[in-house]
Design a protein around this ligand. Structure first.
Ligand code: ADP
Ligand code: MG
Length: 319
């Protein structure tokens, strides 16, 4: 069982950033309004995330670190729709198999909180006002071969920061905070999409940004596109979401590059924060649990739609 979990961990838990992604998605699934992330040594030494969500009751907490302990998929239709961000109850079990893991949680209405760890799976009473705190320490302490593949603290922190920004941009109505070694690096108050986009992408992006809104049948694309001069690097300013999930997809990237073709020069890159909403049945998001790929059923139509919407918006004046 431990071995199976460790094998699964190789898939799900590539590095601290992948742990952070799973934990933030769990906090979102729990209906949290405020999520705080604290990291030590790029998340390798410690990754702590606290939320004010619905919490986990004692019985579920006893199972939370076991494989396939998910509260989210009740039926086969659920599995197909994948309404929530979670992936089949493997994340916590996988994480607990390769790091010291502690979960403290107080379910809504419970008299007090309970705590489990990777070693003590019987819940013990604990103190916590609300929500859930997950602490993950010494990633890969028991699998040194894996640990060797981790990069420097600042590189790992950079990946965590990417994940944090990707999640936060898509959820402007939720407050977020991230700190490293006790220093708060980003504090995001609950707000609207425009404000959150400015916070994540910066004033330079916003100064040249054009709001985009396009609809075609069941397809809806919204967000901002900006001029390439303000994209500092590929990584910095390219955010694309499908039904709220961050994706980096070849087809989408191609459509965007085509739309920007006339105004791209030198080593500049398109800069955008775009949200595509569509029928979940038209897109397969389970190509890989930890990856950002998707597969569209009607790839050509999606490509055309995105290309036209972006081309049209780029041709319009800045507001
Ligand atoms: P999944 O998210 O696919 O269900 P996980 O292993 O990530 O699987 O989580 C297992 C279960 O633990 C979840 O289904 C949920 O019930 C519970 N859980 C995990 N994190 C939280 C949280 N922050 N708040 C409330 N419940 C949580
Ligand atoms: Mg999950």
């Amino acid at each position: 069982e431990v071995l199976i979990n460790q094998i699964a961990a190789g898939e799900v838990v590539e590095r601290p950033a992948s742990v952070l992604k799973e934990l933030m998605e769990n906090s979102l699934d729990a209906g949290s309004q405020s999520i705080e992330v604290q990291l030590m040594q790029g998340g390798v030494k410690q990754l702590r995330i606290s939320d004010d969500g619905c919490g986990i009751d004692k019985d579920d907490l006893a199972l939370a670190l076991e494989r396939h302990a998910t509260s989210k998929i009740a039926t086969l239709e659920d599995l197909e729709a994948v309404g929530t961000m979670g992936f089949r109850g493997e994340a916590l079990a996988a994480i607990a198999s390769v790091a010291r893991t502690r979960i403290t949680s107080r379910a809504t209405g419970a008299e007090h909180a309970w705590r489990v760890t990777e070693r003590e799976r019987e819940p013990a009473p604990a103190a916590l006002n609300t929500g859930t705190v997950v602490e993950v320490e010494d990633l890969y302490y028991n699998t040194p071969a894996r640990r060797k593949f981790l990069k420097s603290d600042s590189t790992e922190y950079g990946h965590c920061d990417d994940v944090f920004r990707r999640v936060a941009l898509a959820r402007p109505s939720i407050g977020f905070q991230i700190s490293h070694h006790g220093r708060v690096n980003m504090r995001l108050a609950a707000g609207d999409t425009e404000r959150r986009t400015r916070e994540i992408l910066g004033d330079d992006f916003m100064a040249q940004a054009r709001p985009l809104l396009a609809e075609a049948g069941p397809l809806r694309l919204s967000g901002y596109v900006s001029l390439p001069a303000y994209a500092r690097s590929n990584r910095d300013a390219q955010y694309f979401y499908v039904n709220g999930r961050f994706v980096r997809d070849k087809l989408i990237q191609h459509a965007l590059r085509e739309a920007y073709a006339d105004i791209l020069h030198g080593s500049r890159h398109p800069a955008f924060a775009l949200f595509l909403d569509m029928d979940p049945a038209g897109v397969d998001v389970n190509v890989h649990p930890a990856k950002t790929e998707v597969r569209f059923r009607e790839g050509r139509a999606i490509h055309q739609f995105v290309f036209h919407a972006v081309t049209h918006t780029l041709a319009s004046p800045v507001q």
